[in-house]
Design a protein around this ligand. Structure first.
Ligand SMILES: NC(=O)c1ccc[n+]([C@@H]2O[C@H](COP(=O)([O-])OP(=O)(O)OC[C@H]3O[C@@H](n4cnc5c(N)ncnc54)[C@H](O)[C@@H]3O)[C@@H](O)[C@H]2O)c1
Length: 439
């Protein structure tokens, strides 16, 4: 991550281009929200960068600036959005058909949304079996497609006078894939691009194009993209920050809030059964078993890492964990999730908790996309390259170096994020020791 204390962070002046592969529900809700906030029509609820604060020094000092006033972040007024999609609908048409936001919220910003036309996508049907669209690039090889994406990024930069750029994958979840030889090094990956190796997915081509240009890349979906040695090697060479994967929104957000609490009080877990109904295009894509496997792997990982069954065999050695997602069109983007949690207390007595979360997927995801755009740009300006583990807070499957397990506990993740910001400013880290109050 190449993090230095009290580092000189380059200026946040100028336009920040935010390019989103996949102009669907999440992307258009993010863009529409930013435009509405900019015009004073809405509040950026859920965004740590826009609404969050950070404590500095001792509790007795009462120094609690807003994060945005503490570190230099781009202003919302300086963001310009673009993207790619396999359908040619502009951001207004796409937002309207996704049905997340009411027409009364879209109409005041209609002109700005209509001006955002997707660029032609790099897409292979083998990777998203439930989708097909006409708005795709043709190229002689996967390398030619990567070069076409780089040309898009550069043309967008020039057209909009961007000082800096970030790319955040908001495209559909691709099928489950394990890293293979073609992902093992930059040289092998570039050979694979030239030979159109079938193991190279569209999202990996976007990740490669961004990293090659030194543009920060985030993967908001659970599929394999930047989390392969080839892309990480390229990031080291081009000083590019990467982060992922899979935005932590509804059910998994609650899981990473509740599970640390159970563990803190040493309550045992017998089983955790999670089921969802979801009716948007994401739900339709996840109805394909191969895309669902990618999502399931991402959702199942969190409990093992938080509960540490090997360290607490009596409490967590044998719990049953299942996650189901059912595509149910009438529900649209308004997902409903049910969790049944079987706990054990003193002397093994059983207890149950039922959680019924009627959430809105894209409403939960949009502030995450905004924060990641601002913080990944900050990371780039602070000279931080490679995996940005301090941004694990935002992900279901946080990327981490091979030598450590990923941190899933939401509260540890938040402490890590804020301490990283303090560290870049050369301020004292908050340890919560507090011994000085008793001296
Ligand atoms: N909403 C959430 O809470 C949430 C949480 C975590 C992860 N995600 C992930 O974020 C992604 C976006 O979710 P969504 O609800 O907006 O889905 P969506 O189906 O509304 O949007 C995805 C868009 O990506 C496009 N697309 C697919 N492949 C592409 C490619 N190769 N290049 C360019 N565009 C491509 C599709 O045409 C579609 O418009 C999904 O992978 C989803 O699993 C969403």
């Amino acid at each position: 991550m190449a993090l230095k204390s009290g580092v000189n962070v380059a200026s946040s002046e100028g336009t920040l281009g935010v390019l989103l592969p996949g102009l669907g529900a999440v992307a258009t809700t993010t863009i529409a929200g930013c435009l509405a906030v900019r015009r004073g029509l809405a509040k950026p609820i859920g965004s740590l960068c826009e609404m969050g604060t950070i404590r500095l020094g001792k509790r007795s000092e009462d120094r609690v600036p807003r994060i945005r006033d503490y570190v230099s972040l781009s202003s919302l007024d300086d963001l310009v959005f673009g993207g790619w999609d396999i359908f040619p609908d502009n951001a207004y048409e796409a937002a309207k058909s996704c049905g997340v936001l009411a027409p009364s919220d879209l109409e005041p910003i209609r002109d700005e949304l209509e001006a955002i036309e997707p660029m032609r996508a790099v897409f292979f049907r083998d990777y998203v079996k439930r989708l097909d669209g006409p708005h795709v690039k043709q190229g002689a090889s996967k390398m030619a497609l990567a070069e076409a994406l780089m040309a898009d990024i550069e043309a967008f930069r020039a057209r909009n006078g961007c000082a800096r750029m970030v790319v955040i994958w908001c495209g559909s979840t691709e099928i489950y894939e394990e890293p293979s030889d073609v992902h093992a090094s930059r040289a092998a990956f570039e050979d694979g691009l030239r030979n159109s190796d079938p193991a190279i997915s569209p999202s990996q081509i976007y990740a490669y194009a961004a990293a090659k240009l030194g543009v920060p890349f985030v993967n908001g979906a659970p599929n394999l993209a930047a989390d392969v040695p080839a892309i990480l090697e390229l990031c080291r060479e081009t000083s590019t920050p990467v982060a992922g994967k899979d935005f932590k929104t509804g059910q998994t957000l609650l899981k990473t809030i509740l599970a640390p609490g159970f563990k803190a009080r040493l309550l045992g877990l017998e089983g955790w059964y999670s089921t969802n109904i979801l009716g948007n295009r994401d739900g339709e894509v996840l109805d394909d078993p191969e895309s669902f496997k990618t999502k399931e792997t991402s959702k199942l990982g969190v409990l093992d890492h938080i509960l540490q069954p090997d360290k607490y065999p009596d409490l967590y050695g044998d719990f049953y964990h299942a996650v189901r997602i059912n595509y149910y069109p009438p529900r649209g983007d308004n997902k409903e999730g049910w969790d049944n949690i079987d706990l054990r207390g003193w002397m093994g007595y059983p207890m149950q908790i039922k959680v019924n979360f009627l959430c809105r997927d894209s409403i939960l995801a949009a502030p995450i996309v905004l924060d990641l755009a601002l913080l990944m740009d900050f990371a780039k300006r602070a000279g931080m390259q490679g995996i940005q583990e301090w941004l694990s807070f935002y992900f279901k499957s946080p990327m981490a170096p091979a030598s450590v397990y990923p941190e899933h506990d939401l509260f540890i993740q938040l402490i890590k994020l804020k301490n990283t910001l303090r560290y870049t400013k050369g301020d004292d880290l908050i340890t919560h020791l507090g011994a000085e109050y008793y001296d």
